[in-house]
Design a protein around this ligand. Structure first.
Ligand code: PLP
Length: 427
């Protein structure tokens, strides 16, 4: 056990999740690579934790941050803040939400909390519809709408949450159905549920479930849900904390895979926009955003340094078409991983969109979930200089691959070759 790990255990909570039997201390990064305290170099196939969206130590972001920090780090939320207004303008325009207003927070959790505050105030209801197998953050209200008990430590949330089918496709009553059959079954479940309850405020859903093992619903599920929600005036919140900014390749936002539904009433974002700087936020139609009749601020939400990082990072992403890169390189990586999966036992599915790729492992022969296998693959890949993630809670059998969106074809090949060996040596 390293000295730092011993000190960590002595002073930090036991429930703070760490990867690896001998946890890593990352000291620096560049491009798609990071280095540990012993000088070992790793190809980062998890992009921090989907936070390093463009690249580690991107000079454009570093320059914007240091220039802004040299001018002023924080003035006050009570004064005008130019970088905040500029980033809000760009996000409002990109969001697809008409008459959009943007509120900045410092995390995805706080963004979802704010969306819940707005939805419950607007609809005067504390009932929330959430998806089974979802994860939305760690605040008291966010854990109350998280349908993944491995990440939801209490059932005492003040919200009344009703869990909807649609989050899991490889297990449960609707496993094995065609896309159309799955959508029809989930819609029927939603209709049936709404016949039994009063008036939920909103449905919150991740377009691709992140912590839940990169689980992808069929395109059109949310368009079908939207029809039902509209009949009841229920709002739709798309949690884009993992799926935003072009990560899924085909689309800038995850909700766009369900385009027939039009934009959601609110979307929440965080993770990649700051390239590691703490930016989160909510975009909502003005009518919803402005429904609160008391003051509300976030002291550090919209802080000039983080906003400068967000602006530089977003500009780089758009100017270099990293969404297109995610589509192209992600497509190649998915193909390569599927070919590998055919050669080894125990991979149930390689699924993905762009550079958000899940590899679901099962125990060879039995088809049962295989969390120990996933943990072993993580360790074996690390030994060879590759960092990947895995699902949390229910879906600890899923390897999660989400590199920075600037990943090159050669790096994709290198990472796939390491995974090939890691998957074989853990059988
Ligand atoms: N929503 C989703 C979909 C997430 O994946 C996460 C974090 O992993 C959150 C919300 C919470 O974000 P944060 O950890 O920044 O509070």
């Amino acid at each position: 056990m390293s000295d730092l790990y011993a000190r960590h255990k002595a002073v930090l909570p036991d429930w703070l999740a760490l990867y690896y039997q001998d946890p890593l201390e990352i000291t620096h990064g560049e491009g798609r690579h990071v280095w540990d305290a012993d000088g070992n170099k790793y190809l980062d196939f998890f992009g921090g934790i989907l936070t390093t969206m463009t690249a580690h130590a991107l000079p454009e972001v570093t320059k914007a941050v240091s220039e802004q920090a040299g001018r002023i780090i924080h003035s006050s939320t009570l004064y005008l803040n130019r970088p905040m207004v500029e980033l809000a303008e760009r996000i409002a325009q990109l969001s697809g939400i008409p008459d959009a207003r943007v509120f900045f927070t410092t995390s995805g959790t706080e963004a979802n909390d704010t969306a819940l505050l707005l939805a419950t105030a607007h609809r005067r209801s504390n009932q929330i519809l959430a998806m089974r197998n979802s994860y939305h953050g760690r605040s008291f209200s966010a854990v109350g709408i998280t349908g993944n008990k491995g990440w939801s430590p209490t059932s005492l949330s003040p919200l009344q949450t009703l869990y909807v089918h649609g989050g899991v496709r490889t297990r449960g009553p609707y496993a094995g159905l065609s896309d159309a059959g799955f959508i029809a079954a989930c819609v029927e479940d939603l209709r049936d549920l709404l016949g039994h309850v009063r008036a939920p405020a909103a449905l919150i859903a991740e377009p691709v479930q992140g912590v839940g093992g990169f689980t992808i619903p069929p395109d059109g599920l949310y368009a079908a849900f939207r029809e039902v929600l509209d009949e009841h005036g229920i709002l739709w919140i798309s949690d884009e904390v993992q799926t935003g900014w072009g990560r899924t390749g085909e689309h800038f936002w995850g909700w766009q895979a369900h385009d027939a539904a039009g934009p959601p009433d609110m979307l929440t974002f965080a993770k990649g926009i700051g390239n590691g700087m703490s930016i989160g936020g909510v975009v909502a139609r003005a009518e919803i955003m402005n429904c609160l009749d008391s003051n509300s601020i976030s002291t550090f939400g919209g802080s000039p340094v983080t906003m400068a990082a967000g602006l530089a990072n977003l500009s780089y992403l758009l100017e270099h078409d990293l969404q297109g890169n995610a589509r192209r390189v992600g497509g190649l990586l998915i193909e390569r991983l599927r070919a590998i999966a055919e050669q080894v036992d125990g991979v149930r599915e390689v699924r993905g969109r762009g550079l958000m790729i899940g590899v679901e492992l099962v125990k060879p022969g039995t088809g049962e979930a295989h969390p120990e296998g996933a943990a072993a693959v993580l360790e074996a890949a690390r030994e060879e200089g590759l960092l990947i993630g895995k699902g949390g809670g229910h879906d600890t059998s899923v390897l999660r691959i989400a590199p920075p969106l600037s990943l090159t074809v050669a790096e994709a090949e290198e990472g796939a070759a390491i995974l090939d060996r890691a998957l074989r040596c853990t059988r």
